[in-house]
Design a protein around this ligand. Structure first.
Ligand code: ADP
Ligand code: ZN
Ligand code: ZN
Length: 743
């Protein structure tokens, strides 16, 4: 038998992942070694045996085989967590066509040890009477140190070690003696950095019969080991989170762990809080605003069993749980679940794969499921669970649409319609709360000339500058900034002005209109600090403000019972994006934001201002009719051959030479056409990318549609082989993305 060789990654937590080492697979281990197997190998000069994982197997030695060592041993035990995660990474690298290393880095992000802080405390272990006796005898014997310590401990029962040695100045010998005589105990505890400060709260809500039915269904499948993917379609305020928590409780009771994915940690502060309140210290969080130390501590605690529920955005998917029982994906329709860095994975797909590896279930939840997920559910690939009623039968809010063109005709040029203005006033008088939602996209403030229409764009990038309040124009793609010109660079007219409205401007306007209202604003400007979301949301939740103005961030997940009015300032701004998902996005955003109203005892109202009241996504959002929206949208997708009926691969070519990138993109299209069986593929393009120039680099795109996902992977591999063989695309970058989501 030909010799085989294995590429091995050494002890994941301590080694730099970029390096793998090749070993010979000995005869007797031939059948036992596979990708993902955990092995022991001799390492370094002393040939110390250390653990590693096989990530690749080949017939070719990379160096003189006589210099290679043999694998010592392979484990027979069930795959442990690292190899589960390596298996997942290998799948990802194949599915999203990335390098193994970049997939491994995504899945096993922490490989450097960071010191723990240790906390030592001194506890009194004798009872009160004994303590008093000791104090008396210390007084008699003039043992001042013992006296000092005992009198303090009598009050406090336990003390910080450093406080005792530094402030009370108790000698170490005295402490030793007291410990030996079992008067005090010195307890040291690894003090893990805690990223959040929530407290456990014992109050439990009783599930409704609708919630209970769903809980029972998932739990009974779970116990009979019918692990499945579920889609929980529940209207806003129907109590989905309670359902998740009950299911998780069962999973923990069975000795397994849970992952809860949320779209963005900062937007769902409340969800995290609710999990902490229910499960206390068993809850961990992983997200980008944690320090490296905090993140490491979370990871270690997940591995050693202290943490059993990991909550967080995408990266929480890779929590090192050995016995994962369930993955929940809340608000599964959100585009943030798709990674924007390589590997460009979709969390839902990876979750389903991870669940398969560890025999776990997956629950996807949403009030507005993605077209893809709902279609899977209708086709029976996911089990559909529905919550059609809000908790306590609270009515969904009444949604009304205001046609802003009418307002204009009536002579109202302000950003508030008469109806929204009077409703705001009404709620302020009643001391109820209001959320005003601004669609971020339309509100980037570009500068243009009212005379000739010239738009000031960055000369490195094909995008308009954004106006900032300090009078600077900034390019959000390359960071270049210039001062606001006083005349039009094109026609020299002085009517050059910023357009669009920022949240800040809306805030100023609303404050002027309603001088006594207490206003909070939540957008990227006001939330740059680590805990600013928390502060704003807590303040609003406590009733210390009347109006919350914000972008997408205020639309999602929050539960403020006193909010009875939600105003959407301009609903259509996400409709006319150059993107086949814009209707879906508009519908789901409006439904989500409307869902913030009337969550308490009083019914809520939603007012949507729009320039296209007849559009079906706005009409369906008004009726809050998901099924009707789905039916209209799915037939459009079918006719246009868009996902979920097809898969799309995007090829992005980037070069500093504009002619070259255009020429190459046409050549590439011809090449693909020649190698394809054109019956099962569609090629669109090449065309300039939606941002055709960024940082002085020119960008062309090609879209390839195929019903079979694997077909796209094949095409990609062929292109790469041609690329390597002819050195054809040396002067340009080529990037691939599968089923892109434009956020
Ligand atoms: P969703 O996630 O579906 O929007 P939530 O889980 O936020 O809904 O629930 C909406 C509100 O109803 C929350 O305030 C929650 O505490 C409350 N709630 C959920 N389940 C129950 C229940 N069984 N009994 C009473 N209140 C509940
Ligand atoms: Zn730029
Ligand atoms: Zn001009």
């Amino acid at each position: 038998m030909a010799k085989r060789y294995a590429d091995i990654i050494i002890d994941i937590l301590h080694q730099d992942l970029d390096k793998t080492f090749q070993y010979i697979i000995p005869e007797m281990l031939q059948d036992k070694i596979a990708i993902g197997t955990s092995v022991e190998v001799p390492f370094g000069k002393g040939n110390k045996l250390i653990k590693g994982f096989v990530i690749n197997i080949s017939n070719k030695p990379q160096i003189d085989p006589s210099k290679l060592k043999e694998i010592h041993k392979s484990s027979n035990e069930k795959v442990n967590i690292e190899s589960q995660l390596i298996q997942l990474a290998l799948w990802m690298s194949n599915q999203y066509s990335s390098t193994i290393i970049s997939a491994l880095k995504t899945v096993l992000p922490i490989h450097q040890k960071i010191k723990h802080k240790e906390e030592k405390r001194i506890h009194l272990v004798i009872d009160d009477t004994k303590c008093k006796e000791l104090i008396e005898s210390a007084k008699k014997k003039n043992h001042v140190a013992i006296l000092r310590l005992m009198e303090t401990l009598k009050e406090k029962s336990n003390l910080d070690y450093t406080y005792v040695t530094k402030n009370l100045k108790i000698p170490l010998a005295t402490l030793k003696k007291l410990e030996l005589n079992q008067i005090i105990e010195i307890i040291s505890k690894e003090n893990y950095r805690k990223p959040h400060n929530f407290n456990k709260n014992q109050s439990y809500t009783q599930p409704t019969i609708f919630q209970q039915k769903i809980i029972d269904e998932v739990v009974s499948d779970y116990y009979s080991e019918k692990f499945k993917t579920y889609l929980l379609h529940g209207v806003t305020g129907s109590g989905k989170t309670e359902v998740y928590m009950r299911i998780i409780e069962e999973v923990l009771n069975s000795g397994r762990q849970a992952i809860v994915l949320i779209p963005e940690i900062s937007l769902t502060h409340q969800t995290v809080k609710r999990f902490y309140e229910r499960f206390g210290e068993k809850v961990g969080v992983i997200h980008s605003k944690l320090s490296q130390g905090e993140r490491y501590d979370q990871y270690v605690q997940a591995k050693n069993g202290a943490i059993q529920i990991m909550v967080g955005p995408r990266s929480a998917l890779f929590a090192p749980f050995e016995n994962l029982g369930i993955i929940i994906i809340d608000e599964e329709h959100e585009t943030t679940y798709k990674s924007d860095t390589t590997p460009k994975y979709h969390s839902k797909e990876v979750a389903i794969k991870r669940a398969e590896i560890s025999n776990a279930s997956v629950v996807l939840g949403s009030a507005t499921p993605s077209m893809e997920s709902y279609t899977e559910a209708l086709e029976g690939n996911y089990k559909l669970l529905e919550l059609k009623e809000r908790i306590d039968n609270r009515p969904l809010p009444t949604v009304s649409i205001v046609d802003m063109r009418e307002e204009l005709i009536q002579g109202n040029k302000s950003m508030l319609s008469e109806s929204l203005r009077s409703s705001i006033l009404d709620r302020l008088n009643k001391k109820e709360q209001i959320i005003l939602f601004i669609n971020r996209r339309g509100y980037s403030r570009f500068v243009s000339c009212r005379e000739c229409g010239f738009v000031i764009k960055c000369d490195h990038c094909d995008v308009a500058f954004t106006y900032h309040n300090n009078g600077k124009l900034i390019c959000h793609y390359c960071g270049k900034n210039i001062s606001m010109p006083s005349t039009c660079p094109s026609c020299k007219s002085k009517y050059i002005k910023q357009f669009g409205t920022g949240t800040q401007k809306v805030e100023e306007y609303i404050q002027k209109e309603f001088p006594r209202a207490r206003i909070l604003r939540m957008d990227t400007d006001t939330t740059s600090k680590k805990d600013s979301y928390e502060q704003i949301l807590t303040k609003f939740g406590d009733g210390r403000a009347d109006i919350l103005i914000g972008t997408q961030m205020v639309a999602k997940g929050h539960d403020f019972p006193n909010v009875t009015l939600v105003g959407v300032l301009a609903a259509d701004l996400s409709l006319y994006m150059n993107d086949y998902r814009s209707s879906e996005r508009t519908f789901s955003l409006l439904t989500q934001v409307a869902g913030r109203a009337g969550r308490g005892a009083i019914k809520g109202d939603v007012i949507i201002q729009t320039y296209s009241p007849e559009h079906f996504s706005i009409q369906n959002a008004r009726m809050q009719d998901y099924n009707n929206f789905y039916n209209e949208e799915i037939s459009y997708r079918r006719i246009m051959n868009y996902p979920p009926f097809t898969n799309i691969m995007v090829i992005l070519l980037i070069s500093e030479d504009e002619n070259l990138v255009i020429k190459t993109s046409y050549e590439l299209v011809n090449l693909i056409k020649n190698m394809l069986d054109s019956t099962n593929c569609d090629i669109i393009g090449p065309t300039p990318a939606s941002i055709s120039k960024m940082n002085n680099l020119f960008r062309q795109v090609i879209y390839i549609k195929a019903e079979e996902y694997n077909r796209l992977l094949e095409i990609k591999k062929k292109i790469e082989i041609i690329n390597v063989e002819n050195n054809k695309y040396n002067n340009m970058a080529m990037q691939f993305d599968f089923n892109p989501l434009f956020s």
